[in-house]
Design a protein around this ligand. Sequence first.
Ligand code: ZN
Length: 450
Amino acid sequence: MFRGPAIALMLTAGLCAGQSPFEARWKFLTQSLSKADLYRLLWDVPKGGDIHNHHEYSVPMTFWLERAAKGDYQTRVRPGCGETLPWTVLRSDSVAALPACAQRDFAPMRALTAAQRRAWLAAITLSEREAGKATSKDEFFERAVPRLGDLERDPQLIADALVVAQQQLQSENALYLETQADPRSFPGLSADQGAEVLRLRLAQPDSIATGVAVRMQVSTLRFGARAEADLRDGFAFVSRNMDLWRGVNLVGREDNPAGAPARFAATLRGLRAEYPQVNLSLHAGESANADSNVTDTISLGASRIGHGINARLDPKAMELLRTGRYMIEVCLMSNRALGYVPDLKRHPLPYYLRQGIPVSLNTDDRGILRSNLTDEYFAAVTQFNLTWDEVVRIGRWSLEYSFAEPELKRQLLVRYEQNVLAFERKYAAPDWKHRLAEVPEPRRNAAGPP
Ligand SMILES: [Zn+2]
């Protein structure tokens, strides 16, 4: 049952009176708690949505390891026969289509030794040692991402991974998952049949029990030769499946000039004219160097920008962003790990936030990065000294700027404000220390041996 109007009135009253009465308590908590207790508090902080993440790379890689071992999957246990990337996973029928010499490099996932399982996990995750280096982008895009191979095209696994992702967010007190999950390339299924597999999975009791609503975007690899055709197909697909799919994204490395925003101007102009409801959130400005990609991307019609790190170097982009009409989807852990912002102290998040530019905190690829949504909050609070008002605003923005349809958005916002009030009451009460100790042990997404 929702008690929206009453809560909205209380909140408005609080805002009119100025600073939240919880602000002083927040300052006390964040300045006096140990690191471990602060992490536990932030685990418990009400969160809105994680609205920028890539579905396949958002669940623990142990999920894929375990599920591949139960299916008909093989992995390349050594490089050889012209292929240099070990640990790629293929279905047995894909392996059978390879030249004979290449087939000999594969072993069934279910037959891997403990050492091979560890090596597989190490190959597909970004270790602390690799994070933030000049080579980490290549490690991520060229080696970790392709290794899931045929697993990404298994409709049942993709559907089951959605529920794992919901459960992850539920445990971190978040309400909404907006993920880039694309059912258009499942072998033997049409795009709409693929969508139906995911739709049915989200109607199962274990999915509903999480209380985490799911909406999705399809994504187009920006520098691919067929990118324009794929965008057209993506718009048509979303417009047919708007109960769950709400938008389209452009993904892929921005240091490849073949995927520059200008390439898509004419195509997107046509698609916007044809499809009134399809939302656009595009990766842009995932770069430490100045360019006009964020400005160009806003002019393509995007209402949300993925990363937007270099927008601060583009006065035109800043002018547009300060209107408050566009959101920047910030992904701190990803930006650090991939070396775009190796020292988070230099991240533009506070610069954006404190000029009134809407921002959200998101996990991007938490499975590969071995991070979670709380890590994003922990980094933001400890690096930038976020006020309680800022923490609450970031969560609220993540729902307000989400692509959820109006009625779902309204419900999520009501639940969010309720959770905020409950959190404030809990940690303003005299027994707050007991209540903090009762918060379930935070679950890091560590990809150790299963
Ligand atoms: Zn991304």
